[in-house]
Design a binder for this molecule. Structure first.
Ligand SMILES: [Zn+2]
Length: 382
């Protein structure tokens, strides 16, 4: 498959992951973490997909293919070959390769009952605990589930049960962010927003994800304005590779819901324009950055350069994993290690980034304080 010069192949990304794990100081592994950009549906491991398929008596499928998998190992192998839609150049590739969107949305059909949503969330929380994640704000795509007939109660009560258990048993605390699917209508967004009000005790924010093409954030001005008035935090994805990305970032940083949103998800291309960089830094809009998510679309050097520019401009950022299962199985720890290498950050700068992540999170003060104290104790030892 043709790649842009400087863009890493799947084998090169695997080698990079191995190198990051074997060469790192253990500071990043031990660091108490906050993860603010992780799609719960993007944490559906091949093992869990397999289990849920068996639970529902359907064959495990992956992407748009009709391939039959004889074992979990086969299914896992298919996950290694997920490509970005930007990498599809020929009809043959379109027929034979699985894109991120196909892989991601094909997992939804296995999520039907309260038990399924509990298992999905609990599986992530358990993995998060092994990486010392102390607090997270997972995204969920309600429209992708209600459109298949899933009951709100099943989805949310499954999430709630896992959330409470993770908090009590794993010391992993969390709040949910409901993402609006931007390729669906503003009316659908409003309908789902109104339903979400019933779960305001567990949903801290309203976000925006899915395909950005021709779907600027200001299409959802009404729901964002209402959400802010009702006391939710508000955020939006501004992704990469879309012609109007810079305009979308400008809307998020300065105009929607009066003064702009509370956070920007992705948006590495802020670094392309001095004016945007000054806007985001000047308004202190924090950003969630998932460096691994860019590897299949951009060159290593261009990601690294932008990451450093954002940091040097004083923008607060939380390094996160996005949809780790479909991104080379790269979880938050891998993303932190990659960020450190890309930005050339010292251990002290990584601790500064970790502190920023706590600060920019929407956790309760007591949770923030506990993580801050833990980071402080670690830094004294480092
Ligand atoms: Zn995302």
């Amino acid at each position: 498959m043709s790649l842009c010069p400087g863009q890493l192949s799947q084998q090169a990304r695997e080698a990079l992951k191995d190198e990051l794990i074997s060469n790192n100081s253990d500071l990043i592994l031990r660091l108490p973490k906050v993860e603010l950009h992780v799609h719960i549906e993007g944490t559906l491991t091949p093992e869990l997909r397999w289990k849920l398929a068996q639970r529902h008596g359907v064959p495990p499928r992956f992407g748009g293919t009709e391939a039959d998998f004889e074992s979990v190992q086969d299914l896992r192998k298919a996950h290694d070959n997920v490509v970005s839609s930007a990498q599809i150049r020929t009809p043959e590739q379109a027929r034979t390769l699985v894109t991120f969107s196909q892989a991601y949305y094909s997992g939804f059909e296995y999520l039907k009952t309260k038990n399924d949503f509990f298992d999905l969330a609990m599986n992530y929380f358990q993995l998060a605990a092994t990486m010392n994640v102390r607090y997270c704000e997972p995204f969920f795509d309600a429209q992708g589930h209600t459109s298949r007939g899933v009951a709100w109660e099943d989805m949310m009560e499954g999430f709630r049960e896992a959330q409470e258990r993770a908090s009590g048993e794993l010391n992993v605390h969390s709040s949910w962010i409901m993402c609006i699917l931007r390729d669906q209508s503003p009316e659908s967004a409003m309908d789902h927003y109104k339903e979400a009000l019933r779960y305001k005790d567990m949903i801290i924010g309203i976000g925006l994800d899915s395909n950005e093409l021709n779907r600027p954030p200001n299409l959802f001005e009404e729901v964002y304005t209402l959400a802010r008035k009702d006391g939710f935090k508000i955020t939006a994805h501004c992704d990469v590779g879309v012609e109007d990305t810079h305009e979308h970032i400008r809307q998020v940083a300065s105009t929607i819901a009066g003064t702009g949103l509370d956070r920007l998800d992705h948006g590495l291309h802020v670094a392309d324009e001095r004016r945007l960089l000054e806007l985001v830094a000047g308004r202190s809009v924090p950003m969630t950055i998932c460096p691994w998510a860019y590897l299949r679309r951009e060159t290593y050097d261009s990601i690294a350069e932008r990451l450093r520019l954002l940091f040097d401009a004083g923008i607060k950022m939380c390094i996160s994993s996005d949809s780790p299962v479909y991104m080379d199985e790269s979880w938050v720890t891998h993303n932190l290690l990659l960020a450190q290498k890309m930005g050339g950050f010292t251990d002290a700068e990584m601790v500064q980034i970790a502190r920023s992540a706590v600060d920019m999170s929407w956790a309760k003060p007591a949770v923030k304080k506990a993580i801050d104290l833990e980071i402080e104790a670690m830094y004294e030892m480092a």
